[in-house]
Write a protein that binds this ligand. Structure first.
Ligand code: AMP
Length: 241
């Protein structure tokens, strides 16, 4: 049975009756899409679908897609649209996406955005796009200081969100890893890909008006989460009124 769409004022936010639907987190590398997606996932009990994570999993499993993507990813270049779109299409058929999901790192090109629109044309709720904005000078420090737990995916930052014990995940006790493509030269390539391709995707969603919003990502993590959460409620409620 489908969950009812909630009316304005009916929820404090963390109850199952609220239907988040498809949520896009947009922004440059390092704005905090992954960190925020994980927090929303826990709160709304919907999956985070990170195309970067899915591609890294393919790479680890040495699938044909993973082997093809490997060279592009390590140079900070984008993987071809058709391959990424197919991968997302497969993920969206899984039952855990029924109440909604958070797409993190997708769409990254206009072609992917148009493909997603076509794919979701008959979906119950339209996409809501939230762009996280952080000044470019802050991004380099965030990216080069980023460490990830290979077991649970928790993201730390040696400058701003360090683990309790250096290099060790607070939750899992696993040794944290620094992504090879978070090194400074690759970061600049990823920023170039963002400016050349993904900035236009943000403009594409901005043109949709009421289903788009920007949030300030240069604030403490909890405040950014609060602001994304409030924005999601506002955008969904404005659809209903
Ligand atoms: P991320 O973890 O989102 O920073 O992605 C890591 C890398 O995976 C990117 O630098 C790209 O090489 C590749 N990638 C992730 N998502 C996409 C996408 N939507 N389109 C093309 N390439 C992608």
């Amino acid at each position: 049975m489908e969950a009812p769409i909630l009316r304005m004022g009916e929820s404090q936010g963390n109850d199952e009756a609220f239907l988040p639907g498809p949520v896009l987190l947009l922004g440059a590398p390092g704005v905090g899409k992954g960190t925020q997606a994980k927090r929303l996932m826990d709160e709304f009990m919907i999956p985070q679908i990170s195309t970067g994570d899915l591609l890294r999993e393919h790479r680890r499993n040495q699938t044909p897609l993973g082997m093809m993507a490997d060279g592009l990813m390590s140079k900070g270049l984008l993987v071809p649209d058709d391959l990424v779109n197919q991968m997302v299409a497969a993920r969206l058929t899984e039952p855990d996406t029924q109440r909604g999901y958070i797409l993190d790192g997708f769409p990254r090109t206009l072609n992917q955005a148009e493909w997603l629109d076509a794919q979701l044309a008959s979906s119950r709720l339209p996409v809501v796009a939230i762009s996280i904005v952080v000044p470019e000078r802050v991004l380099l420090e965030r990216i080069t200081g980023r460490l990830t737990c290979p077991v649970c995916g928790t993201i730390y930052n040696i400058y701003s969100e360090p683990p309790k014990q250096q290099g060790i995940c607070d939750r899992e006790g696993a040794t944290l890893v620094h992504r090879a493509d978070d090194m400074e030269p690759v970061f600049y390539e990823r920023m170039k890909a963002f400016e050349a391709k993904t900035a236009a995707v943000i403009e594409y969603y901005r043109a949709h008006g009421s289903r788009f919003a920007e949030v300030d990502g240069n604030l403490p993590v909890d405040e950014v989460t609060h602001s994304i959460r409030a924005t999601l409620f506002r955008l969904r409620h404005s659809e209903e009124s």
